[in-house]
Design a protein around this ligand. Sequence first.
Ligand code: SF4
Length: 318
Amino acid sequence: MTLLAAEKVTLAYGTTAVVHDVSLTVDEGGVGLIGESGSGKTTLARALLGLVRPRSGVVRYGSRDLAGLGRTGRAEFRRAVQPVFQDGSEALDPRMTAGASITEALTTHHRMSRAERRDRVDALLADVGLDPALAARRPHEMSGGQRQRVAVARALAVEPRLLVLDEPTSALDVTVQARILDLLERLAAEHGLGYLLITHNLGVVGRLCRTSSVLFAGRVVESGPTRELLTRPAHPYTRALRDAVPRLGGEPPRPTGRTEAAPATSGCPFRVPCPLAVDRCRDEAPLAREVEGRGVACHRAEEVLGHVSREDRDAPRQ
Ligand code: SF4
């Protein structure tokens, strides 16, 4: 069932469009949105959270247009769709203890006695793998991983249906990242949550998301089953991102140089750094089309697929 969807959404700051005609569906289970800094992914996330209005297109919560929700509908949406940001400290008031932050979220949507609140806070902290004694600590008295767990507990306090996870592990070191990803995977399964995972790291979506979309310069350049995107990318940009993911026991990631060139303003936006660019790419912007079970906006997608080597297919990635 569709929980949240963008339909042909264009977003702009002033006269400058930063997201172009993007469609994306989040249902039960995980969906990935992959892009580098400046790709428009965070702006799109803000639109999906109802914080930015599209210039054109529609954001739907279930079957309802977000822009048309009344007061009750908006309150229901704010409870059902919870954000978790890059750094837990963004969601936590530095003056409040972890327990007070979670209680604040709890009491916004539920009436509870003091004893019920205390029990619920303890249960939520235990659910995210923290000692309930941590409820007495303020954000600066916790590690980055603990703060992110408290932020997740706070999001879960309102019993959401969907989490919008915006780079939830990128501020953490690698071992803590892995534990937070384990936690999110377990919680999503146990609570029956949908989630949109926004990240620059293709390796992260490989673990958690059944389907993913890749955003470049505000456009979806490839979307489909995450496993296919990781093992057989059909767009040169997806391939560049994939090559930046470390291989277990393999060579260090290959530098791609993909971020050095500004997107082209005519033809294919990726044509400046693209190693496969031809004259047609300068003259004609590629439209998204279906190629081997995924959507891809590249004139030469079949050739990209044809060049996937046995080594590419077989090498495990983190
Ligand atoms: S359309 Fe051309 S420039 Fe764009 S990604 Fe494909 S091959 Fe590269």
